[in-house]
Design a protein around this ligand. Structure first.
Ligand code: G6P
Length: 475
């Protein structure tokens, strides 16, 4: 069946999970993207193409809670070279300020091209005449161009969920031109921040040689491509409602109780990723205790580390480093029943996250580089009593909007210690002033507003592109 809207993302919005009885079922992925796209999918008779995780082949299209999903299988080699390799061993570190060293391997690139082509072909099969296709994230940057070649009648949008690096770094990539040309297949290329869109435009001018003016690229065939910022957000009302529920309120109290009712709880929740700055923040907290500025009776740091990309070497090493640090800090600083760090290597459903947000007095989000960071926004949405402090890295996209957080440079250990302490000691009035302003921002710029603005903009750009098509190509 042909669809008017096709969402193309590396992952499906559901994960394949094995139950205790050995049966496999589908479980809704906890990520924000699903709740962001879901209303758009429903409104437009949409279909979602993505990898279901794992190597299972020959999975059939299916419906989950009314959403049409098309699984695209990957072989073990494709997972290794496209997903773990080029996407997460080359692009991920390169796009995040080379926090880790990117690796460049020609076989990885070849498989990236191959997998992108398969996604493009599948999208071309599923799209109705004149349909809209919305492609997501760094794993699929070649899809827009490949798809346009197959289906010039389509309206194609691309959104990058992670940062887009400055030219000085992007230039390292041996396949820089192909990636830029891949993205230029779209009518609209969306980024988290205006700076990322400007990086892209500048690179297109320098490396591909197209004419540009402000946020527009003029292609030789008369088509224009727009590059602009659409900062992603969360379902703020949904989180607030969950945080207000009796179940979450009770669970938050139970969490505080289980931690021994300390004066203040610090909290970090991150995918276990080297961009997140988990190690440095735990060290900063540890030093505050060993300096005697905080005590384990008064304060505890709860760190939830969500398992991620566990077969990639950098991620395995990071886990070892962090767990060694946690062990050392608890061994040196903790007492029986009073660890300095309460460390959890697991993922939780949204309700448990909301309870943690409600239980925590100081939320600590200190990435070295992050496209947006939705955890920071979720914390704000859950602070229904306008209390609680947010310590936030300047290098997270969210820092552009959450100006009233305690903003820190995660490379500056003393600065981070000072901010943690200030947040810990802040008066309720000061906390309320800051939280109120941040809550207003989040309420006004929620995920629905994000999806609507991208889709509206894409429609405008797409119409513009159609005018340049030969009549025979038009739908
Ligand atoms: C980031 C990326 C997403 C990715 C997610 C989880 O948010 O922008 O594209 O899906 O991390 O990572 P994973 O490798 O498990 O898909």
């Amino acid at each position: 069946m042909a669809h008017d809207l096709v969402i193309v993302a590396n992952r499906l919005p559901v994960d394949r999970v094995k139950g205790p009885d050995g049966k496999t079922t589908w479980r809704r992925s906890p990520g924000g993207l699903v709740s962001a796209i879901e209303p758009v999918m429903r409104a437009h008779d949409g279909v979602w193409v993505g990898w279901p995780g794992g190597t299972e082949q020959r999975l059939k299209p299916f419906k989950d809670d009314g959403l049409a999903l098309v699984p695209l299988s990957m072989t073990a080699e494709e997972i290794e070279e496209h997903y773990e390799g080029f996407s997460n061993g080359t692009l991920w570190p390169l796009y995040h300020d080379v926090v880790a060293k990117p690796e460049f391997h020609r076989e990885w690139w070849d498989t990236y091209v191959k997998v992108n082509r398969r996604f493009a072909e599948k999208a071309a099969d599923l799209a109705a005449k004149g349909a809209t296709v919305w492609v997501h994230d760094y794993q699929l940057q070649l899809v827009p161009q490949m798809l346009r070649e197959l289906r010039p009648d389509l309206r194609i949008g691309f959104y990058l969920h992670i940062p887009f690096p400055p030219a000085e770094l992007f230039q390292q990539l041996p396949w820089r031109r192909q990636i830029l040309e891949g993205l230029l297949g779209a009518d609209l290329v969306g980024f988290q921040l205006p700076g990322a869109a400007q990086n892209f435009i500048r690179l297109v001018r320098q490396r591909v040689g197209h004419k540009t003016h402000r946020d527009l690229v003029y292609l030789p065939d008369g088509r224009t491509v727009r590059a602009a910022a659409f900062p992603i957000s969360i379902d703020a009302a949904g989180f607030q409602e969950m945080a207000e529920s009796e179940a979450v309120t009770e669970r938050a109290a139970a969490i505080r109780e289980a931690l021994g009712n300390p004066k203040k709880i610090f909290l970090g929740i991150d995918r276990l990723d080297y961009t997140k700055g988990i190690y440095a923040r735990l060290r900063a907290f540890g030093e505050l205790i060993s300096d005697g500025r905080l005590t384990v009776d008064d304060a505890v740091f709860v760190q939830v580390a969500v398992p991620s990309r566990e077969r990639v070497e950098h991620y395995r090493n990071l886990r070892d480093d962090i767990e060694r640090l946690v062990g050392r800090l608890n061994g040196d600083l903790g007492r029986i029943g009073r660890p300095a760090i309460s460390y959890l290597h697991t993922s939780y459903p949204r309700e448990e996250m909301a309870a943690l947000y409600r239980a925590a007095d100081v939320m600590v989000v200190t990435p070295y580089r992050d496209g947006m960071n939705l955890v920071a926004k979720e914390y704000v949405a859950c602070r229904i009593h306008e209390d609680g402090a947010l310590v936030l890295s300047e290098f997270a996209g969210a820092a552009d909007e959450l100006r009233q957080a305690w903003l820190v440079n995660p490379y500056d250990m003393n600065g981070m210690k000072a901010a943690l302490l200030e947040a810990y000691e802040a008066e309720p009035k000061e906390l309320a002033r800051r939280m109120k302003a941040m809550r207003k921002q989040i309420a006004q710029h929620d995920v629905k507003a994000w999806a609507d603005s991208f889709m509206t903009e894409l429609e405008d750009e797409g119409n513009n592109h159609r005018k340049t098509l030969r009549p025979a190509d038009r739908s």
